[in-house]
Design a protein around this ligand. Structure first.
Ligand code: MN
Ligand code: MN
Length: 459
């Protein structure tokens, strides 16, 4: 009997998991490189599920036990469903992760030129630290709906031969007053302008010749005009791919770990093991978490309840009973303890890198405000389930009391009368252009979601 709880490196506790963890990391890194935006992540996830026999579902379609379905909502969020043989009123097993990440979006009239350079105006998306996004290579992703209604997809900056985009910063020689400003205001939102051209068009009349040249190139390649930016969603993300970190290659540096590092393992767990759990299961890959989970593709959207209720009714169950008996792992990242910035963490309750997937009973800030705070019973149930399958997990809290805080989609799921617990991967430098995670923690997350997908116990 272990009387003392201790966090321990997964490499020490289960050395046999190192090899499969490194193999899983390769798959995950390939997913990251293919999925730089929520649209690309939704597409990539749908293709992966389709290869595992999942087929499109629309609300209103009949469903039968054994069905493997997905509903891709407006190309940005996806609901994967495995219809189980257990009566639906015994509840669903749900995992919910998000596939949007902090980034820099173009405004609706973005293009201008000034003094030898053309730029795009932007509005950042999500809680990013602006000073981190200057002077790094950026790629442009998204869609433009042209005046004729045609949708044009754009991805520039990922291939080795592609150009990239860039945000200027001051040279140190002239940064004396900027350097005295706080980090939060040294680079301002309206200074995040994207350098996107510098060559004038050969045109006698037009005064803004560099801008015109950019528009010429965009028209040649995509058939779009300046007015078409009004109906576009174009985003800048770091142009770098996922890379191993360290001599031992135990960590992964990449853009968008938050929250594809939970989305990918959650989906893979359903695809790889979903047949073992006789309950109906759902894996949600949501959009808009970084800006409050609002709107038609966010986790607050009614479609989540609609799908659950519709499935329950089609299977002859009472949807309100089905929801009340359901359980959800809110699959989102937490802050990994960073000894370089020890003062903002309370070490005993922080997630330590390499010690497995992190379970957060509550998130929120200022006295647990804004958290659904899972019950002891729910934590007990999930903990038992993880331990039964040898999942390496640890408890976590995002930072010291009153130091800051954060939230996840857990609250929006729990508000629908579904027991929900936050379980996810600890991240170093969360929301930075390049974030870091541990390969064994990613693998522990996969094993945690797999334990859920294999669960046979009823509530
Ligand atoms: Mn997140
Ligand atoms: Mn986030």
């Amino acid at each position: 009997m272990d009387l003392i709880y201790k966090k321990e490196s997964a490499y020490v506790r289960a050395p046999e998991k190192t090899e499969p963890a490194f193999a899983f990391a390769k798959d995950y890194m390939a997913f990251l490189n293919a999925a730089k935006t929520e649209r690309e992540a939704a597409d990539t996830a749908v293709k992966l599920a389709a290869a595992h026999g999942y087929r499109p579902y629309r609300i209103g379609d009949p469903v039968r036990p054994g069905d493997k379905l997905y509903l891709c909502n407006r190309g940005k969020s996806v609901y994967f469903l495995k219809i189980g043989s257990e009566p639906i009123e015994r509840g669903m097993y749900i995992t919910a992760a998000h596939i949007d990440s902090p980034r820099i979006d173009l405004k609706q009239q973005p293009l201008y030129e000034s003094d030898g350079m053309a730029f795009f105006k932007t509005h950042y998306y999500g809680g990013l630290r602006k000073y981190q996004w200057v002077t790094i290579p950026l790629s442009l992703h998204g869609v433009v709906i042209r005046a004729d209604g045609a949708k044009v997809e754009i991805s520039v900056g990922e291939d080795a031969g592609d150009p990239v985009f860039y945000i200027n910063d001051l040279l140190p020689h002239l940064a004396a007053s900027q350097s005295k400003e706080p980090l939060s205001t040294a680079i301002k939102g309206e200074e995040l302008n994207i350098l996107c051209g510098s060559m004038p068009a050969a045109d006698e009349e037009e005064s803004d010749k560099i801008k015109l040249n950019v528009l010429n190139l965009l028209y040649e390649r995509y058939g779009i005009t300046e007015a078409d930016f009004a109906s576009a969603e174009l985003s800048l993300v770091p142009a770098t791919g996922a890379r191993d970190v360290g001599f031992d290659r135990a960590l992964i540096a990449a853009y968008g770990h938050d929250d594809r590092v939970c989305a990918y393992p959650a989906l893979r767990a359903l695809l790889d093991f979903g047949d073992e759990n006789p309950h109906t299961q759902m894996c949600v890959l949501a959009d808009k978490e970084e800006i409050g989970s609002m709107g038609v593709t966010g986790m607050q959207c009614q479609i989540f309840t609609d799908i659950m209720d519709e499935i329950a009714e089609r299977l002859g169950g009472n949807p309100r009973v089905a929801r009340g008996n359901s359980v959800c792992l809110s699959a989102d990242v937490t802050a990994g303890y960073d000894p370089n910035f020890a003062s903002v963490y309370e070490k005993r309750n922080s997630a330590i890198i390499g010690c497995g997937v992190a379970m957060s009973k509550f998130t929120g800030a200022r006295g647990k405000s804004g958290t659904s705070d899972a019950s002891a019973e729910t934590v007990g149930r999930i903990r038992r389930l993880f331990d039964k399958d040898g999942v390496i997990w640890q408890t976590a809290e995002l930072g010291k009391v009153d130091e800051g805080g954060g939230g996840t989609v857990a609250q929006y799921v729990a508000n629908r009368n579904i027991d929900t617990l936050d379980v996810g991967v600890p991240v170093i430098s969360m929301h930075a252009p390049v974030e870091v995670v541990s390969k064994v923690d990613v693998y522990s997350a996969y094993e945690a979601f797999a334990a859920f997908a294999k669960e046979t116990e009823t509530k």
